[in-house]
Design a protein around this ligand. Structure first.
Ligand code: FES
Length: 116
């Protein structure tokens, strides 16, 4: 995996973006588990827009990046909890807690994730 990062101040915000993958690594309508800066995240491509959430399901840690994408929802591969990819909101049991989301953007064919 390539790695790299840059900082910028578009819109006056200070950003710390970390390169995750190439855009072509995650086809539209799918997700992928990615490692960035020691964190394991799930990255999704919904119609060309990328979204990043914590990979670990809030039920008992299933890998959401390996889940099935159903519209804008990811279904946990372990017990079927459902999460809204854009917001991290849990929308189907057994999980009851939302997952954390991270801003993602594309530049020059790569996907960058804004980590806190
Ligand atoms: S670990 Fe995801 S639903 Fe159980």
């Amino acid at each position: 995996m390539e790695s790299g990062s840059f900082s910028g101040q578009p819109g006056g915000e200070i950003l710390a973006l970390v390169k995750a993958v190439q855009v072509t690594d995650v086809p539209s309508g799918t997700g992928k588990v990615v490692q960035v800066e020691g964190k394991t995240l799930a990255l999704f491509n919904l119609g060309g827009t990328f979204y990043a959430i914590d990979n670990a399901c809030t039920h008992v840690g299933g890998p959401l990046g390996e889940g099935t994408v159903d519209g804008t929802v990811v279904v946990c591969p372990w017990h079927g909890s459902r999460f809204e990819i854009k917001t991290g909101k849990v929308v189907g049991p057994p999980a009851t807690r939302n997952v954390t989301t991270y801003p993602a953007r594309t530049q020059d064919g790569a996907v960058y994730i804004d980590l806190p």
